[in-house]
Design a protein around this ligand. Structure first.
Ligand SMILES: C[S@@+](CC[C@H](N)C(=O)[O-])C[C@H]1O[C@@H](n2cnc3c(N)ncnc32)[C@H](O)[C@@H]1O
Length: 257
């Protein structure tokens, strides 16, 4: 799919840019992960790959003393995050901006928490943690979700499809190893249930697919977006016990708790 073509990007965003979340998750999981972050409630939070801002909103409400900077590389996602924050009356504590999570423009050692739901795979776990370490204040933590295999030896068809989406996908132990390779330690982790894929992601996506099919019945870009979304959902329907998302809460190794 050529997202550099403006019509294809608009069509893509008409499905993915208007969902409650742009990936699997849910407020209860965001809040559970936040409860596992060691130390005092963080006052400076960087939310990377914020998408439409669902987890940003949950974090902002749960951390009334915090200022949050939410970054995404897609301007439409940033606008949606800004809109949600304004609507919730949180515009004074939450700033949303267009930015690259590989190089967030914040001061060294300034962030008490870095959050990254559904986006760390763009960088890879070790690389991301290495890039973010200099931004972390003493005692700070990073929380992220990553797609993982839940069972060994997945069916070939499924393994090949995931390899095409996420070539470095591994299991929970593999992610823990990547965390150690970056000289971080895993504080805690938990797997998201299948509901976290349906409630705010795939079920609304199915509605958007139907809207798009009705609005642009003969449009090649729409057909491509629909086919790709339906393929992804189809794999999850058939194979959701083989893979899922795991939340990891990590700190630089040697952090005093
Ligand atoms: C799967 S979505 C998850 C969004 C959101 N965290 C959520 O869970 O709803 C991944 C997001 O990462 C963003 N993204 C991809 N590469 C990025 C980069 N280099 N810097 C910042 N954001 C990026 C995408 O635009 C997308 O909004």
């Amino acid at each position: 799919m050529d997202l550099s073509d403006p019509h294809t990007l608009r069509t893509f965003l008409s499905v993915y840019g208007t969902l409650p979340r742009a990936g699997p998750g849910g407020d209860e999981h965001t809040l559970r992960a936040l409860s596992l972050v060691p130390g005092d409630p963080p006052r400076t939070v960087l939310d990377l790959g914020c998408g439409p801002g669902a987890q940003t909103l949950a974090l902002a409400r749960a951390l009334p003393q915090a200022t949050i900077l939410a970054l995404d590389v897609v301007p439409a996602m940033v606008q949606e995050t800004e809109r949600r924050m304004r609507q919730a009356g949180l515009g004074d504590r939450v700033t949303a901006g267009v930015g690259d999570m590989a190089a967030p423009e914040v001061d060294p050692k300034s962030q008490q928490l870095i959050w990254c739901e559904g986006a760390i795979y763009f960088l890879g776990v070790s690389r991301a943690l290495n890039l973010w370490r200099p931004l972390l204040a003493d005692g700070a933590a990073v929380a992220f979700t990553e797609a993982t295999w839940f069972r060994p030896s997945p069916p070939d068809e499924l393994r090949k499809w995931w390899l095409s989406q996420h070539p470095s996908m591994t299991d929970d132990a593999g992610v823990r190893l990547a965390i150690e390779e970056a000289s971080f330690r895993t504080v805690d982790s938990f797997r998201l249930p299948a509901d976290a894929w349906w409630d705010e992601y795939y079920r609304p996506m199915l509605d958007r697919i139907e809207e798009l099919r009705a609005r642009l019945p003969n449009d090649p870009a729409a057909a491509e977006v629909i086919a790709s979304a339906e393929e992804e959902i189809g794999y999850f329907r058939r194979f959701s016990d083989w893979y899922g998302y795991t939340f990891f809460i990590v700190q630089p190794a040697g952090t005093q708790s």
